[in-house]
Design a protein around this ligand. Sequence first.
Ligand SMILES: NC(=O)c1ccc[n+]([C@@H]2O[C@H](COP(=O)([O-])OP(=O)(O)OC[C@H]3O[C@@H](n4cnc5c(N)ncnc54)[C@H](OP(=O)(O)O)[C@@H]3O)[C@@H](O)[C@H]2O)c1
Length: 334
Amino acid sequence: MKAIVQDRYGSPDVLELREIDKPVVEDDEVLVRVRATSVHPDIWHVVAGRPYIIRLMGLGVLKPKSGVPGTDVAGLVESVGKNVTQFQPGDEVFGEIVGGIQWKHGGAYAEYVSVPEDELALKPTNLTFEQAAAVPTSGLIALRNLRDGGPVRSGQRVLINGAGGNVGSFAVQIAKAYGADVTGVDCTEKMELMRSTGADQVIDYTQEEFTSGSKRYDIILDVASNLSLSDCRRVLTTDGTYVLIGHDHFGNARGPWLGSMPRFFGQLALSPFVSYLPSLNFSKSKSLMATLKEFMEAGKITPVIDRTFPLSEAAGALRYLQDGHARGRVVITP
Ligand SMILES: NC(=O)c1ccc[n+]([C@@H]2O[C@H](COP(=O)([O-])OP(=O)(O)OC[C@H]3O[C@@H](n4cnc5c(N)ncnc54)[C@H](OP(=O)(O)O)[C@@H]3O)[C@@H](O)[C@H]2O)c1
């Protein structure tokens, strides 16, 4: 089959289109014929091997252990392992291959990929394969942090910092689906995108600092990851919550060795003592996928697709994302 393979870490130029063997399906796995997969910042991290610490966390020290990137898949079931009970050949499915650990290769940048049964769900019939492939990784992180981290409730005021990006666009729609009043913060060019996904108020971070304003929020979801805890504390309600996602901005915002990890784990260590920090939650992807599917079928979440690239141009797709051109999700089709 055709696949995108990397033999070494580096810029998107290390990605090459090659012929490799089709994956072997294990007993509890499903072989999916890929119809679409997505591009997101964590793909950049695994291709670059940065921050360097992720190479020691199972990715591979000197070179990637498994060379085919891609964490999201939407496609058709080709065959199933002998223990698989939920799917059969011909089913239209979608899911996140890597089970919530995005800093590794999932193998979706290929014509076929083998996926554990529990990471898949039937694709909502009202979505195209491209739309479905855009959802899992970004949608799961948005839902996990809002539903379990927040937790988001009807009538709350929720601010999403970076609401015009991949995770942010889903976070706006998810918070709206739970009945929250949503304020989106992003750059001038993304004001319309934030309104189109349902934000009730939008703030242009180049013009206004919301942390100096008088409005209070029940949840601040910091996807852009540039806010200080003390600034946010000022604009949180007394029982409000600050939720950090962590963004290295393609290696530009944090150090090359540890990236966002010191800040993220520092907050986690503080969380038992600081009321406005959530503790780590381990919701299973399966229950989160079911909720995402329900919201999509009800028309409460609609992925915004910016551009679709062919598999052979995977390097160009990643560069397009890194250069900041995307206004919505970037998708790859074999
Ligand atoms: N996407 C995924 O599937 C996924 C999955 C797991 C984890 N993550 C992690 O989640 C983080 C965010 O990912 P993402 O895909 O949502 O990134 P993204 O698409 O780059 O979104 C971040 C948004 O924040 C905006 N922004 C930049 N500076 C800002 C500021 N000062 N104030 C407010 N907004 C600002 C960016 O706009 P401009 O830069 O255009 O100004 C962009 O719209 C990354 O660290 C990623 O590793 C992502």
